[in-house]
Write a protein that binds this ligand. Sequence first.
Ligand code: SF4
Ligand code: SF4
Length: 461
Amino acid sequence: MKTVKSQFKFKGGVHPDYNKELAREQPIEKIPLPAELVISMSQHLGAPAKCVVKAGDFVRRGQVVGEKNGFISVCVRTSADGKVKAIEKRLGPAGGKADAIILDTTAKPEGEVAEASGPILEPLDWRTASREDLLKRVEEAGICGMGGAGFPTNVKLNPPPGKRCEYLILNGAECEPYLTADYRLMLERAPRIRLGVEIMRKILGGPAVRIAIEANKPEAIKAMETAFADIDGNVEIVVLPVLYPQGSEKHQIFATVGRVVPEPPALPIDVGCVVENVGTVAAIADAVELGEPLLERVTTVSGGAVAQPKNVLAPCGTKYSDLIAFCGGEKEPVAKLISGGTMMGFAVSTPEISTTKTTSGLLLLPNSKAYQYVSQACINCGRCVRACPMNLNAAEIAKAVESDDIKGAEDAHVMTCIECGACSFSCPAYRPITQFCRRAKNSIRARIAAEKAKAAAAAKK
Ligand code: SF4
Ligand code: SF4
């Protein structure tokens, strides 16, 4: 194992204020179990899980309450014992609504019920377990990408015929401002991450491993060097220059191994790579060795308006209001509440939204950090074009969407936009370019889905 510097620098990128000092030194703290959890069926990318319990049921921690509902989907397990009070459509962090279980965790089962004991799933010895058993475990543990994308991990770890993983890349960049959850995991759970890597290497047939960490996290680099010191095989820690969006999957592949993922629908596996967030890797280790499904995660609660910024280990389904209370509440009025980081996160209207498997951060920004800019006309300065790491003409896309010309945005390759926010960050006219891109992508996806549905209906006739 060796540590090397990245040899490849992608085009564009920006340098936002990182503000990580607020929570960086705060060890991971477990929140006491909230009295009510709101467990969404849509915690991952793809089809929401199908709810298989009903109001009045008593459920046990780890029980499947939502079945996987398609190839790109994962199951949902309850993160605590409790009584299902109701099943309702609830708002998620990105704005959409999905079925959610409202769970009363203070309720006791009726009659005599034996206390739950032992692991939820049978622990496996990864050295003797077959590749298929390990893959099945990742699937039944309900694991999806915890960096934010939520892609089902068992699908990623099972390349289609004809594709082979040559590089397993561990994403420890955490380039989003304020967020320190992955950083603390690397400091506090490095041996678990190493175990997860060994398991994934076995599933993927022994690829080389690259552990990508930005240069501004020397303690994390040290912790990973110690944990991986005696590992066999082709393993390198690649120190990346500090540049947003270094944590983007495509940019990390380029920065670590110099390969370029072509335009969608191409995927990292098309260039022989699989990228996984360090939290996901630790979750795989827990699922295999301890039989513990993905029921909780670390979320950074930070921003100048929260009394005590922390890295909180909380059950999936914890309400933001409970996270805020655990962090001492608000020390000044909150001008903006953001789910995720300031670059790619979503401003949310209420703290009654709950965490999912992908909730990396919750930011409480005071007035001094939540400027209310007035968007102006484009002055053709080209800064957004220089900042775009995907080589897009962001100004052109924004102008097209503004005039409802979605076809024009599509022709300008808006579907390759990774919604990183670098263009909006750079724009002196404060134009909401990223939102324009999101709008165009949503409308194109809706059109494609409608065309597919129409074709399927015609085929049935
Ligand atoms: S949000 Fe899209 S258009 Fe803007 S910089 Fe990022 S990739 Fe480029
Ligand atoms: S940065 Fe803003 S003002 Fe400059 S070209 Fe891009 S959209 Fe126009």
